[in-house]
Design a protein around this ligand. Structure first.
Ligand code: SF4
Ligand code: NI
Ligand code: NI
Length: 707
């Protein structure tokens, strides 16, 4: 058990260093110094989650530190030892944070918001795993490992010299790129660990301090592994021990004997793989993951890690649409006999040489699909994915949809060999892959002559209008069934989203049509039909079938829900809601705060604090997580008085929903409602809010008491 000995040395070493740090900070700031790690409602999250002790000032750190210091020298229990090592690491990096705050370009502490933002990707498999890369590696080797992880859609955190190295290469990084440089010290690994552990509080509805349950949650639900390059020092070994408790195996490129610690993990503490080209595969295997990569046959990298990259004007080789040339994209359902499967055809005079010149071209994209299970309603669902399909290619960029689309191909992608046909190939092969159970045949036609594009665009526009009419007629009363979404149950086991035409999922990722299509695509997947049953209350939106379904799938926890109320038996929340609606009793109304807004709200709490109170599949009357699009639905809080209840929203949210909100406000007979709703430029506290509301004559003040 040499490794354990090494780990003990590492721990002694860190303990000493941290003790000195603590002394220094204490003498500098005093015991009563209060602090907050940025964007978290959970104190020092790891210590809070596992020990139930929320630390927000130096005397609390001191108290906790003294406690584990005593324990560390006595304990023979390896799990306790490993956890204590993580706690000291968390304290150590927190002390650094207090004295020097974070240093760009490293992310340092990882906040709650990003955890919530990534929630859906983590549950629906778009991010199948989380990796931590540590140690030292030459940049070309590092880049090829990072590419491999990116193509596998694995969210990767860089710690130590590799973080520095990567930033220096000038490659794109950040959460969108799936590659996040966290910090330069081994101890910074704890930022990733406490981020992972927070999932149990944010989504899992676990109680802080319920150590065994939380460890169990993380082990089962967070797929993470670490790869360490180069020599492992004592502290890295100790960190590996800590990670092992949370089922995070460490793969190393050093040759080391396999040491198993059955009390902690089913795999060896450290697994060796000397060949770099195999190391990622080894890590995935060790963690027991299956990761399928879908990639179209193109000469550039592909995957969501490349989705958010921009292609700027000066880097553009050629562009289509964007109001500069006529363009559109249109998916239409056809008979099987009318579709030649896997055909990609470019129609236009001299198209090849025109493409080679670069610049601009008109482009009409028609995607003909046929399939036994295809429905007309799924056309827009597939069409909306064209955006993602194209963006996921490195060096390709797409915005907008329908006849306001805009596509760019970068010079770099052109050099790598991207041709016009590849554009069609991407759409063809990804439509087939992602929609394989509803689509049997796909052909893609690309029109590049202006005359053709203009003509076909008129045809497409007629279809768009028809679809809009159909969409507007989709109301809860008219459809036969609703859909559930149980995707978040992999993190929030009791949470059920009920998705209706007029109430989209709270993460914003699923409309009723999306859920319906998803069900057809994968009948045993996360979206299931919910029989409406009897309409018990049309104002509150209570259906007998919904009640039955929710009761069954919340494990009996939730007896009944009202789809259109925040006050009485509201729908539960998981953790990845786009917005929170919260009652402001003094104003007789509600405020809505969106996930990206970090300022104060008039109820005296920030988004992260309110969010910390409501997740985990529990009903919390007075608070509710919702998707942005629900705000402008006719069914928004219908049981509580509708949009006239809204008294406060951040400016950015107002701006985002302006257009649809205006229509709804006119329907409600209050055309200037949006102006009457306060925002952070008007007030951040409740007294001032009330003054403003009475000054502008906000309708909520005249309504029945909300409580
Ligand atoms: Fe999670 Fe609901 Fe979104 Fe489904 S619709 S992913 S359950 S938040
Ligand atoms: Ni791209
Ligand atoms: Ni969720």
């Amino acid at each position: 058990d040499k490794l354990i000995e090494i780990a003990s040395k590492g721990s002694e070493n860190l303990l000493k260093e941290t003790e000195e740090k603590l002394k220094r900070v204490l003498s500098e700031k005093g015991e009563n110094f209060n602090f907050e790690l940025p964007d978290t409602a959970y104190g020092l999250p790891l210590i809070y989650a596992l020990e139930g002790f929320k630390i927000n000032n130096l005397s609390e750190i001191k108290k906790f530190f003294e406690g584990i210091k005593g324990q560390l020298s006595q304990t023979t229990d390896i799990v306790t030892f490993a956890l204590n090592y993580l706690y000291i690491s968390e304290i150590s990096v927190t002390l650094d944070y207090i004295t020097s705050s974070q240093s760009e370009p490293f992310y340092g502490f990882l906040g709650d918001t990003i955890q919530r933002t990534l929630g859906v990707q983590l549950v629906d498999g778009r991010i199948p795993a989380v990796a931590v890369l540590l140690g030292r590696l030459e940049d070309d080797k590092l880049l090829s490992i990072v590419k491999e992880l990116q193509e596998k859609r694995i969210l990767t955190f860089l710690i130590g010299p590799v973080a520095d190295e990567f930033v220096k290469t000038g490659e794109r990084y950040g959460f969108e790129a799936y590659i996040v440089p966290v910090g330069t010290e081994t101890e910074h690994t704890v930022f990733v660990i406490d981020w992972a552990v927070r999932a149990s509080l944010i989504f899992g509805g676990q109680t802080a301090g319920d150590k065994d349950a939380i460890i169990d949650y993380v082990r089962k639900r967070v797929n993470a592994f670490a790869i360490a390059f180069g020599n492992l020092n004592e502290r890295a070994v100790a960190m590996a021990l800590g990670a092992a408790v949370l089922a995070i195996p460490v793969i190393t490129d050093q040759s080391l004997p396999d040491v198993s610690i059955p009390e902690i993990a089913e795999y060896p503490l450290l697994t060796s793989e000397k060949e770099l080209s195999k190391i990622v595969r080894k890590a995935i295997e060790t963690r027991g993951l299956k990761i399928v990569v879908e990639k179209p046959p193109i000469p550039v990298s592909y995957g969501p890690a490349f989705e958010g990259e921009r292609v700027r004007k000066e880097d553009t080789f050629i562009e289509f649409g964007g109001q500069k040339t006529p363009a559109f994209e249109w998916v239409r359902m056809m008979e099987a006999s009318e579709v030649e499967d896997e055909k990609v055809e470019i129609i236009g005079t001299d198209w090849c040489s025109r493409y080679e010149q670069g610049g601009r071209m008109p482009l009409g994209i028609i995607v003909n699909v046929a399939g036994k299970k295809m429905q007309k309603d799924f056309e827009p669902v597939i069409e909306r994915q064209i955006h993602t399909f194209i963006n996921e290619a490195e060096g390709l960029w797409h915005i907008g949809q329908r006849d306001i689309n805009w596509i760019r191909i970068s010079k770099k992608a052109k050099q790598a060999g991207i041709s016009l046909e590849h554009l069609g190939l991407i759409i063809m092969s990804m439509t087939k892959a992602r929609f394989r159970s509803i689509v049997d045949r796909v052909e893609v036609l690309l029109y590049v002559d202006e005359k053709d594009v203009l003509e076909l665009r008129e045809e497409a526009r007629k279809e768009y209008r028809k679809r809009d009419l159909r969409l507007a007629s989709l109301v809860d009363e008219e459809v036969e069934e609703f859909y559930s979404c149980l995707l978040c149950q992999s993190f929030a086991p009791k949470h059920v989203c009920v998705i209706t035409p007029e109430r989209p999922g709270l993460c914003g990722a699923f409309t009723w049509l999306d859920a319906k299509a998803a069900y057809e695509i994968e009948p045993t997947g996360g979206n299931q039909p919910v029989q409406k049953g009897e309409l018990i209350d049309p104002v509150y939106g209570r259906y007998s079938g919904v009640d039955e379904y929710v009761k069954k799938h919340s494990g009996g926890e939730i007896e009944t829900i009202n789809l259109y109320s925040i006050m009485e038996n509201p729908m539960t929340s998981c953790g990845c809601f786009e917005c929170i609606v919260a009652v402001v009793p003094e104003a007789n109304g509600v405020l809505i705060v969106n996930r990206g807004y970090s300022g104060m709200t008039p109820i005296g709490m920030k988004f992260s604090t309110i969010a910390g109170m409501i997740g985990g599949g529990v009903q919390t009357p007075g608070f509710m997580g919702v998707g942005v699009n629900y705000i402008t639905s006719r069914k928004f809080l219908k049981g509580d008085g509708g949009i006239k209840r809204i008294v406060w929203m951040p400016k950015e949210l107002k701006e985002r929903i302006k257009e649809n909100f205006q229509k709804r406000a006119e329907e409600e007979g209050v055309p200037d409602l949006l102006q009457k709703i306060a925002d952070e430029t008007v007030c951040e506290d409740v007294e001032c809010l009330i003054d403003y509301l009475s000054q502008v004559g906000h309708p909520a003040l005249e309504m029945e008491p909300i409580i």
